[in-house]
Ligand binder design. Sequence first.
Ligand code: T6T
Length: 330
Amino acid sequence: MTRNTQPKMGKWTTAGMAALVLATLAGGGAARAAGEKTIALVPGVATDPFYITMQRGAQEEAKKLGLNLIWQGGSEFSPETQIPVLQALFAKHPAALLIAPTNDTALINPIKQFTDASVPVITVDTTISDSSILRSRITSDNTQGGAAAADAIAKFAHDQGEVAVINVKPGISTTDARQKGFIAEMKKYPKMKVVAIEYDDDSPTKAFTEAQLLLLKYPQLKGIFGTNVFSGEGVGKAVVATGKKGNVDVIGYDAEPDEVKLLKDGVISTLIIQQPAEEGRLAVEYANDILTGKASLVPQSKQLNNVTATTQNANDPAIAKYFYQTQPAS
Ligand code: T6T
């Protein structure tokens, strides 16, 4: 088994920089009503369709509850970009903070700055290893998602052969759990072997290159699991570029437009889709409960189910409604 972790920026960089400037949406633009509370939502990265879809659910709920929602995020999925965003936000005194931490330890102290100032903090999607300072943690069933990916590849491979994983980077609670769930489930198939785990630093370009190298190094490879939006996209494109469509199964996570196209084209056979809009909506609902004296209604943690899309059901409206958006709501 080989492991590879080198830093690199994602394809959204240029857009990301622009987005960093743009991704400071203070809900509704109109003059804030007197006494209207302001809450902040900080994504893992501002330009990722997963978090943009989360913003849409959060904004809809904020409007309904008469809350002002600040949406502010960095240009890449990293503590180095996210921590300065948090520091700038702290000066704005939000009444509550909703955040997808980009690392499970590096974000503990920056978040503590808020909780020490009695600002309630709720994590959405990812979380930190010290949950004692949090009011709630909202996420999806990442372990189940990883296991479902393993079962899908095993079915494609008739329970035998070599497989690989392309993940983001260690220290992200969600994708770490997906990898763990995948590895644990693969153990149920004694004739299957995980020959490699690679990290793409949230870059589809890097995922593409790594997948190409894996397909060269392991010509008998039966399948690759890409653990998030950018991994799945890069792996799918590498399978096309190497002419391995149909011979190598690709299981992706999430549902941004490029991945959905690869799913419909039969390059990716299965997508494990989350419910980011509902995660965002719930986070705002919980923040409002805390700010309006109904904290007892807020659970310590909430886990949402995944939706499994396949090439066969990709055009079914009951599945397509979970596909991610690419434009934030104002
Ligand atoms: O898969 C999602 C999210 O759940 C994960 O924590 C990070 O990557 C995504 O945002 C997709 O890019």
